[in-house]
Write a protein that binds this ligand. Structure first.
Ligand code: AMP
Ligand code: MN
Ligand code: MN
Ligand code: MN
Length: 275
């Protein structure tokens, strides 16, 4: 079965609107999909309706931004009630921070001689969630970089123009908003954080201590070795394993919908909890 539990739409920094995303996934053979937009649930209803129309099983999802030990990590929530009030309040706080941060990013780019970035980024933002990807689109459009990868090498990251430090949710709050809403919390793309083995295991322990249950083992941003490593961590800590492409854009050749390898055999699939 093709299952994709990590995708983005225009409700955050994806290129396709929720219904286009679901239709494209259905065409690619995806049978179960979660929409996991950054810090928001606005796309869920449209995606669910499109999934019903396409005969795809739909799971509510979100990808929450978290600051853990001064680093940004992402926690995916799956199969929760989006009307849960503490989750909604948490999302509002994250969106407020995104707004403040966007102003700061723009003022830092301005200091570096790049004018009009706030308005420029907003032109690429369909929803409420203004993120670095929208600034990336602006920077490319304005001729400062040739592609997204290039932007995240030369701008918006540590020691580069437009970098602003994250001040996101705590790990404890993010996990409790998800579990309080009846959902499952998942550590997103664990290999992306470039943590040492010891630090990653500390993150996993802290995550479990506050009620986290799963980790992405198969991810669009993991290679085969990283997948094996994460499967071993999942076994060691008795975590459920998730699989998600982290699809954003049909023009990003490195992540395709419906093309993920299966979970390693040792894994307990996270979807056993809700399918
Ligand atoms: P934000 O949550 O607004 O800080 O933006 C984070 C998003 O930027 C990620 O979810 C990706 O969509 C994008 N991003 C960050 N780093 C990279 C990268 N190296 N290549 C491509 N996209 C990236
Ligand atoms: Mn993104
Ligand atoms: Mn992420
Ligand atoms: Mn993502």
């Amino acid at each position: 079965m093709q299952i994709d539990l990590h995708t983005h739409s225009t409700a955050s920094d994806g290129r396709l609107c929720p219904s286009e995303l679901v239709a494209r996934a259905a065409n690619a053979g995806v049978e179960v999909i979660a929409l996991t937009d950054h810090d928001g649930t606005d796309g869920l209803e449209e995606a669910r309706n499109a999934a019903i129309a396409a005969g795809v099983h739909f799971i509510n999802g979100i990808e929450l931004s978290v600051t853990w030990n001064k680093r940004t990590v992402h926690i995916v929530g799956l199969n929760f009630n989006p009307e849960y009030e503490p989750l909604k309040a948490g999302i509002r706080a994250l969106q407020d921070f995104r707004e403040t941060r966007a102003r700061e990013i723009a003022s830092k780019l301005d200091q570096a001689g790049i004018k009009g970035a706030y308005e420029g980024a907003q032109r690429f933002c369909g929803g409420k969630m203004l993120g670095r990807m929208h600034f990336a689109n602006f920077l490319i459009d304005a001729g400062h970089a040739k592609n997204v990868r290039n932007v995240f090498k030369h701008f918006l990251v540590n020691n580069k123009p437009g970098h602003v430090t994250g001040d996101w949710a705590t790990l404890e709050d993010a996990v409790s908003w998800i579990t309080g809403a009846g959902g499952v919390a998942v550590i997103a793309h664990p290999a992306r954080y470039k943590l040492t083995r010891t630090k990653l295991r500390k993150l996993i322990k802290d995550f479990i201590a506050v009620g986290g249950q799963a980790i992405e083992v198969v991810s669009g941003s993991h290679d085969i070795n990283e997948t094996k490593t994460m499967a071993n961590h999942a076994s060691d800590f008795d975590l459920y394993a998730s699989a998600g492409s982290d699809f954003h854009d049909p023009d990003f050749p490195w992540i395709k919908l419906g093309k993920m390898p299966p979970l390693p055999r040792q894994c307990r699939p996270v979807w056993d909890l809700f399918l």
